[in-house]
Design a protein around this ligand. Structure first.
Ligand SMILES: [Zn+2]
Length: 394
């Protein structure tokens, strides 16, 4: 059994026991065995190990957990982005453009895109990345999207209900039946989660409830795209169905915030349903940002994710989202870093990632900086010096 000691860590973010909400330890070391953290403590008292990685006084954080990404697609929508920046509003309609390109692509073309984006995210510190289907929208294309996603992540999400495809435009009920029937059956072997884009122009709350309930009955966990483009009942539906996460949360009523806050664990460890905020989408669609402070002040657990997709948020960078959250959503740097690590883990109902405490997976990043603060303080700068996943450098 080979052991690795990461030592000479100037600032270690554990998200466990330690100073402040990030559980910070100074002059620390982490001992890794068989892909797991087995000891955390002062560098001066570190046990012996077979190998050593000297962090050189830099900051070390848990690897980022990106709990919301759409990586299985073909083509891009740079022209749509340019048009939007010239004043055209975002409606979500461009999803059908990507559906056409995705259906026409070969398996290897889709696989190459997933691997390219997964690698891009990894180099920016993302050690866990959820991947959704949702650009196939036929039984065969959704199943192959998830099969390809599952090659790169265990956190795979069936999003057959992304939009109603053009061929079902005048009979959405029939499409919902397809999603709940043969499409779900074909997707389930490769999926852990079910998701619906619950929004005007996509799926209304009754259709969303039907699809999520079918997915739940098939053994999938629930997540939902809700309240992105306008107010609606999506967030409350997520709470009703015990969703692990309600994502976007840009337009919330008091009732929505109260519903989320009402899922609080009795031990004070946050809410059972997480609000996942995706500021890359507001940035790229030039839209108002969600009110993170209102959620945090109500005690709601908040996660940050990229929403990486070719239409509304073509970034794979969690550091960029952390910088946006701090500058544009008034989260503190500590809140934003927690949300991008432990928060993302909560949004995936995982307790073995997003933390650097004994028993956790040895997923970590070494920054080219002395403190996590630099992630927001130095936006756009490549600060990830080294990434480790399961105790090894990928
Ligand atoms: Zn999304």
């Amino acid at each position: 059994m080979s052991s690795l000691l990461v030592d000479n860590i100037g600032e270690l973010v554990t998200n466990g026991a330690g100073e402040g909400p990030l559980g910070i330890r100074r002059d620390a070391a982490v001992l890794v065995e068989e892909g797991r953290v087995v000891w955390v403590g002062p560098s001066a008292y570190a046990p012996a190990a077979d190998r050593r990685l000297d962090a050189g006084g830099a900051a070390v954080l848990p690897g980022f957990v990106d709990s919301h990404a759409h990586l299985v697609f073909a083509g891009d929508r740079a022209a749509e982005f340019a048009a939007r920046m010239a004043g055209q509003p975002y409606t979500g309609g461009g999803i059908r453009t990507t559906v056409g390109a995705t259906r026409a692509a070969t398996d290897n073309e889709l696989r190459a895109t997933v691997r390219r984006l997964r690698g891009e995210a990894l180099r920016q510190g993302t050690t866990t990345m959820e991947i959704k289907s949702g650009y196939g929208l036929t039984v065969a294309d959704e199943a192959r999207s998830l099969r390809i996603a599952a090659e790169s992540s265990t956190e795979t999400t069936f999003l057959g209900a992304h939009v109603v495809p053009a061929e079902y435009a005048d009979r959405p009920d029939d499409y919902v039946s397809l999603v709940c029937g043969p499409m779900l059956a074909a997707a389930t072997p490769y999926a852990k989660w079910v998701d619906v884009f619950c929004e005007r122009g996509a799926f209304d709350v009754d259709h969303a409830r039907a699809i999520l309930a079918c997915g739940q009955a098939a053994g999938l966990g629930v997540r939902i795209h809700a309240n992105q483009l306008g107010p609606g009942a999506g967030v409350r539906l997520g709470v009703e169905l015990d969703a692990a996460s309600v994502d976007h949360c840009t337009h919330l009523s008091d009732a929505d915030v109260d519903a989320l806050a009402g899922t609080a664990h009795s031990d004070g460890s946050g809410t059972r349903t997480v609000a996942t905020l995706l500021p890359g989408a507001e940035f790229s669609t030039r839209s108002p940002y969600p009110d993170a402070r209102r959620l945090l002040d109500a005690g709601v657990t908040v996660a940050l994710a990229t929403d990486c997709n070719p239409g509304s948020s073509y970034t794979s960078s969690i550091p960029f989202c952390v910088a946006l959250a701090v500058r544009e959503m008034r989260m503190t740097p500590a809140e934003a870093v927690w949300a991008a690590t432990a928060g993302g883990a909560r949004a995936l109902r995982r307790d073995d990632i997003g933390v650097l405490t004994p028993g956790a997976r040895a997923d970590l990043v070494v920054l080219d900086a002395p403190s996590y603060l630099h992630l927001a303080y130095r936006p756009g700068v490549p600060l990830i010096r080294q990434v480790m996943r399961n105790g090894v450098t990928p």
